[in-house]
Design a protein around this ligand. Structure first.
Ligand SMILES: [Zn+2]
Length: 85
């Protein structure tokens, strides 16, 4: 797994606990310990968020423009059952 596309956080914007991975980078909560790695510091150490906050954080990958609900590309369209007689 490549880690080069991780979000790099500015250590100056984080508290010591956040830089150590002891506190959630978003809500500063220290317990339960944040478990989701959401990025890293320029030094390479991980930055973590709790499971509640991780989805709200920006992703390294840019969102696809104009993409709506993620629906499966290859799948039966609802209400389009074909019957041969
Ligand atoms: Zn949090």
């Amino acid at each position: 797994m490549g880690r080069t596309d991780e979000l790099v956080f500015d250590p100056g914007a984080l508290s010591a606990a956040q830089r150590d991975g002891d506190a959630c980078v978003a809500c500063h909560k220290r317990w339960p310990r944040p478990r989701v790695r959401v990025g890293c510091l320029p030094s390479g150490s991980g930055v973590f968020a709790c499971e509640d906050c991780a989805p709200a954080l920006p992703r390294p990958r840019p969102a696809e423009p104009g993409s709506g609900a993620g629906r499966p590309v290859n799948g039966p369209a609802p209400g389009e059952a074909v019957s041969y007689r």
